[in-house]
Design a protein around this ligand. Structure first.
Ligand code: ADP
Ligand code: MG
Length: 386
């Protein structure tokens, strides 16, 4: 969608640093009776880069448009530095919100040079605008392109001009809608780093939309994982990797092996059993069926002859149960790591393991693997939408 970028006035007076830069309180939005946002609540901290991550159609753009005031919510309220800017009784128009916006499709003015595009939203007169634009273009290594029109710029250059236009007025909040998704990988990675550096330097808060978990991991201080107009999980990137809320969330941050497990009583507690594997299970009942997700990185090769290279090797404790025997079906070196496909005893499907590429076993060899419980996740066996 093409939208004219907004003029950005100077930001309103400061409120205490603890007040979130931007806050959604139970915001809902329907399009033609279909719910796009379902009572969405979240907050963006001061100076924080928050990545809104989710598949296409989950409501990311709708969220940004409502935050910017380019779209009105059906219910709920939006707060900017503690002040209500949208709600049943209030509506502050986009040009009075002091928010910068970078669109996915650049949305540059075709009849303006890169410099004039970048200067567009800066208040304080033409000279001030050009000075701020010039400096921002320089930061983005575009100073030699300032006189060019959008049709003479490459995709990457256009996107940097769009970035400059959002940044030049020094807004406290910048919203970015999949800004790098049209660029090639190399450029995307460079721009991510540059953007992070600029945001940090300016102390701006940023809500950054992406459908790439890798990009969210790179960019985000925190990640807000969305699906179907709702928040599935939020936290630091590592928290989402270490404690995924469901199977789809686990898949998003890396491959998984998914095997069925049965919950049974073991002494005073419950455990999940899957072939030779057994691990403590909380939040289940005896007799439940569960699914166990195992990251390929959970596996490590037990050295030839068993023991794992030492005395006191945890024999008999809970960890001792996290090992399995299998035959190597495939072994593929991948630089520092190697990928193994294993026919593991008791499992109907081959398991995928990622191990350090040292002493790589041969195809056909029988191996013993140890599994690290922090890369194994137990989920209730309920049908899930992807
Ligand atoms: P995302 O940015 O995550 O891909 P959007 O916020 O664009 O998702 O869209 C969320 C849902 O709302 C989708 O199902 C989409 O088809 C629908 N939608 C978005 N904009 C409109 C619109 N203007 N009219 C009708 N439906 C829309
Ligand atoms: Mg979108």
């Amino acid at each position: 969608m093409k939208l004219a970028p907004m003029k950005i006035p100077p930001p309103p007076p400061e409120t205490p640093m603890t007040t979130p830069a931007l806050l959604f309180d139970a915001v809902s939005k329907n399009y033609d009776g279909r719910q796009a946002l379902n009572a969405l609540s979240w907050e963006l901290g001061r100076g924080e880069i928050l990545c809104l991550l989710g598949p296409s159609g989950c409501g990311k753009t709708t969220t940004l448009m409502i935050a910017a005031g380019l779209l009105r919510e059906d219910s709920g309220r939006v707060f900017l530095r503690g002040r209500e800017v949208s709600g049943p009784k209030n509506f502050t128009p986009p040009e009075k919100r002091g928010i910068g916006f970078v669109f996915q499709d650049y949305a540059l003015f075709p009849h303006m040079t890169a410099l004039d595009n970048a200067a567009f939203g800066v208040s304080g007169g033409r000279a001030a605008g050009r000075a701020a634009a010039q400096e921002t273009l320089k930061t983005l290594n575009l100073d030699d392109k300032a006189h060019l029109y959008p049709h003479d710029l490459s995709g990457g250059e256009k996107q940097r001009v769009a970035l400059a236009r959002a940044i030049a007025p020094s807004p406290r909040i910048i919203l970015m809608d999949e800004p790098f998704s049209n660029l090639d990988r190399h450029l995307r990675e460079r721009l991510r780093e540059k953007t992070r550096a600029i945001l940090r330097e300016k102390g701006a808060s940023c809500l950054f939309v992406t459908h790439s978990s890798e990009e969210a991991m790179w960019m985000g201080d925190r990640i807000l994982l969305m699906r179907g107009g709702r928040i599935v999980q939020q936290g630091k990137p590592q928290e989402l990797f270490d404690k995924p809320a469901d199977i789809s969330a686990a898949r998003l941050f890396g491959e998984i092996n998914l095997v069925s497990a049965a919950i049974c009583r073991n002494g005073g507690g419950l455990e999940a059993r899957s072939a030779s594997l057994a691990m403590p299970a909380t939040g289940f009942r005896d007799g439940d069926k569960a699914l166990l997700a195992i990251r390929p990185e959970a596996f490590s090769l037990v050295s030839e002859g068993g023991g794992g290279g030492g005395d006191g090797d945890g024999s008999g404790d809970g960890n001792g149960a996290l090992s399995l025997k299998g035959r190597v079906l495939e072994a593929r070196p991948m630089g520092g790591d190697a990928i193994l496909a294993l026919a593991a005893e008791g499992f109907p499907m081959p398991l995928k393991a990622r191990i350090r590429n040292r002493a790589l076993p041969r195809v056909g060899e029988k191996v013993q693997m140890r599994l690290s419980p922090d890369m194994m996740f137990l989920f209730a066996e309920t049908p899930q939408e992807e």
